[in-house]
Write a protein that binds this ligand. Structure first.
Ligand code: IPE
Ligand code: IPE
Ligand code: MG
Length: 248
């Protein structure tokens, strides 16, 4: 009997006929990427925004149905105002470009998160992007912006309680399915795969309800260095997992 089991070869071939429906990514590591190059953190965010463009386009090209990305968390307001402004500025730039080429790309965009603390201009751009792309059939990109999983659950609970008070719902009507309809992700299937670059091994308040049964993939690569090849590695790894959902 062999006592030594060789480590499983890292799978590298993706079966593009059987992709997961929904991939979610925590776009982390921008600051460290910049620091390693002696650059300000904001340069890392600019590089990270480029990576997002590349990955979103690739997801559309390979025919992925849903891509969710963590762009700014409810906890990220703890950062210096200068850094927050830079991130919001990059987002504005991205949305203006996205709107300009929307007809060609046909990417459907949604925002998960409370947009009310954003500047009216940025909030308007987010809503406009959602509205224009509402009927598009390319990949659906969900940008989690001022998103926090706990915040989302509290909002959902409040909204359901309000419906009960209005007489539109009764507590016994609440099921996992009806509760899901109160989340930002209403109507979107749960992520199959959650990817976190940058070497951190945590979810940082990202989609706790939706990712309850997601496969997790961690890599040390920092987000600005993340590439199509890295995504392929994650997809190939995912395709070798056995998802049991509690069964056998
Ligand atoms: C992720 O990169 C981007 C945001 C949280 C907005 P970070 O800025 O967290 O980069 P690190 O983790 O400090 O390297
Ligand atoms: C998670 O990254 C949020 C985003 C990528 C937008 P953070 O860098 O904020 O998470 P922590 O602080 O390392 O947990
Ligand atoms: Mg980080």
């Amino acid at each position: 009997m062999a006592l030594f089991q060789p480590k499983r070869e890292a799978p590298s071939q993706v079966d593009f006929e059987h992709l997961p429906r929904h991939v979610a990514i925590i776009m982390d590591g921008n600051g460290r990427w910049a620091k390693r190059r002696g650059l300000p953190r904001t340069a890392g965010h600019a590089a990270g925004a480029e990576t997002f463009r590349t990955i979103a386009t690739y997801c559309k090209d390979i025919g992925l149905e849903y891509l969710s990305v963590y762009a700014f968390s409810t906890e990220n307001w703890r950062r210096p105002m200068e850094e927050i402004s830079a991130i919001m500025g990059l987002l504005k730039k991205y949305l203006l470009e996205a709107i300009a080429k929307m007809e060609r790309d046909r990417v459907k965009m949604k925002f998960f998160g409370d947009l009310s603390p954003l500047t009216p201009e940025l909030r308007q751009l987010c809503l406009e992007t959602e509205e224009i792309s509402r009927h598009y059939d390319g990949v659906q990109v969900n940008i989690c912006l001022n998103y926090g999983g706990r915040d989302e659950l509290v909002r959902a609970a409040r909204a359901f309680a309000a419906d009960c008070l209005k007489g539109g719902a009764r507590p016994e009507d609440l099921t996992e399915a009806t509760f899901s309809n109160y989340l930002f992700s209403a109507g979107v299937p749960d992520p199959d795969l959650v990817i976190r670059p940058s070497g951190e091994l945590r979810l940082s308040n990202f989609l706790p309800w939706q990712a309850a049964y997601a496969e997790l993939y961690f890599t040390d690569v920092l987000w600005p260095d993340f590439s199509k090849e890295e995504l392929n590695r994650a997809l190939a790894d995912y395709q070798h997992r056995a998802r049991r959902f509690g069964g056998v």
